[in-house]
Design a protein around this ligand. Structure first.
Ligand code: SF4
Length: 472
């Protein structure tokens, strides 16, 4: 028991231990070795938003604060649960045999207890059940028998009506039948993990456990210790980016060149940037919906003449309508619109559904789309591609000087979302907002310039203007 007191366990630590004993050990003894991508920090923030919503849906509940003072949190919980009457407690804290947990929502009604765990997810996952099993074991160890165990997950079909009304945001799923059979395993986990924490660093090799159910933040450390090659650069799709391939090794099918040469002018090269919110903030939007806030469009009004148009709204209001209006004005009514994958097509379809008055004009645009991804996959080969046709893999084989890695802050879709979140935050200083706007505009413009270069390459035309010239 002494060991339990030295290295207390928590629900999170047990989750780490179930993924990998070494991860648990590192998390407690060498936490500074963890490397979290910026996106993870945004997801943590999203998780907090979800809990705020859960609390607003149960007005009158008592919130136990003291996140950094466990003893104080335990005392406050005892006070909140004192007496016999009905009560709702958020973040109630309990400890049993050295395991400390907090519960998202604990309700007492007519002397009976129900616990609801809130997840920033749209469906139940295996590790959610082990989380609740640990909590249940601790609470029942404290003499609180739980009649109801629920999981609150996000309903992806929820449409936010505005005005802070989040009724219907969650679906509550009863999970007692799935959790009860796991309960008997909890004491064994606790004993095992305490032993691990009391020992030296476990000798566990990297393997499948390193990415499931979570990407382990100690992977760079463990791969280094395994004597493996240093981590390679990867693009946003997780694919390995080859280094400095020789463009002369590429092969273009003449059928693609002939097809592209047959297309009329003006030509357009389009890319959207979108943002997703776990908790919708703009009326008539859903959780996780991809909402366009920015686009870049290179225009080729005539052979060899390149212009550029762009739109970016960082005002903080719903940006979709202004983005759609400006885009339609730029694209006009005729001429092929080059894109890469179906991503732009689906965003356009969604905009047409959102703004029925724009639907005819948007349908005109979707009828003009030319997917360069499909064309490249069918008609272009290069030994460096290794079967990957993500734009960030193809680009270095045709125009190495357009590398996204040269960009400072925004280098892929995820960092663009993070930049946008920061840019619209009320407390972001104006100078920082300008910096983020600049980074977003440069990134998106580079993507559409890449489309110009790819189309010209497949058509076997001379190189497009220099990067600086076309980005102006
Ligand atoms: S990287 Fe893999 S082996 Fe290393 S601690 Fe994480 S899960 Fe364990």
């Amino acid at each position: 028991m002494e060991a339990v007191r030295r290295f207390g366990l928590s629900k999170s630590r047990i989750t780490y231990g179930l993924q990998c004993g070494k991860r648990l050990w590192l998390q407690v003894h060498r936490s500074s070795l963890a490397e979290y991508p910026p996106e993870t920090r945004r997801l943590f923030a999203a998780g907090h938003d979800v809990n705020d919503v859960a609390r607003t849906l149960r007005p009158g509940g008592v919130l136990v604060e003291w996140q950094d003072d466990l003893d104080r949190a335990l005392k406050e919980t005892a006070v909140a649960l004192g007496g016999e009457g009905d009560v709702t407690v958020f973040e109630a804290a309990f400890r049993h045999r050295g395991v400390f947990v907090r519960t998202d929502i604990l309700e007492r009604r007519e002397g009976r207890y129900r616990m609801t765990e809130v997840k920033s997810a749209t469906r139940l996952k295996e590790y959610h059940l082990t989380d609740v099993a640990v909590q249940t074991w601790v609470l029942e160890g404290n003499g609180l028998p739980l009649d109801v165990l629920n999981m609150a997950v996000i309903d992806p079909e929820f449409v936010y009506p505005g005005g802070g009304d989040y009724r219907g945001f969650f679906s509550e799923i009863p999970i007692a039948d799935q959790v009860r059979p796991i309960l008997a395993r909890v004491p064994g986990w606790v004993t095992n993990f305490v032993e691990i924490l009391n020992g030296g660093e476990p000798a566990i090799a990297t393997g499948q456990q390193c990415r499931k159910p979570f990407e382990c933040p100690f992977l760079p450390y463990c791969e280094g210790r395994d004597g493996r090659a240093p981590a390679v650069a990867r693009d946003s799709a997780g694919e390995q980016a080859p280094e400095a391939p020789d463009p002369a090794l590429g092969r273009v099918d003449p059928a693609a060149s002939a097809y592209l040469a047959s297309l009329p002018f003006p030509r357009f090269y389009l890319d959207f940037e979108t943002v997703q919110f776990t908790v919708p903030v703009w009326p008539e939007t859903r959780p996780y919906e991809q909402l366009p806030f920015q686009w870049s469009c290179h225009l080729e009004p005539a052979f060899g003449k390149i212009e550029h148009a762009e739109h970016l709204d960082t005002g903080g209001g719903a940006p979709m309508r202004a983005a759609a209006d400006a885009l339609l004005a730029t694209l006009g009514e005729r001429g092929p619109v080059f894109v890469y994958t179906d991503f732009e097509k689906w965003r356009l379809v969604e905009l047409a559904a959102r703004f029925p008055d724009l639907a005819p004009a948007i349908e005109n645009v979707t009828g003009r789309l030319v997917d360069l991804f499909r064309l490249a996959r069918q008609h272009y080969t290069h030994p460096a591609l290794n079967g990957s046709y993500s734009l960030k893999t193809v680009l270095p084989t045709i125009a190495p000087e357009l590398a996204h890695a040269d960009l400072d802050e925004v280098q892929d879709g995820l960092s663009a979302q993070a930049a946008y979140h920061e840019a619209i935050a009320a407390d972001t200083p104006a100078a920082r907002r300008d910096e983020l706007r600049h980074a977003l505009l440069e990134y998106c413009a580079l993507d559409t310039l890449a489309l110009v270069r790819l189309a010209h390459h497949l058509e076997r035309r001379p190189a497009a203007p220099a990067r600086e010239e076309a980005l102006r």
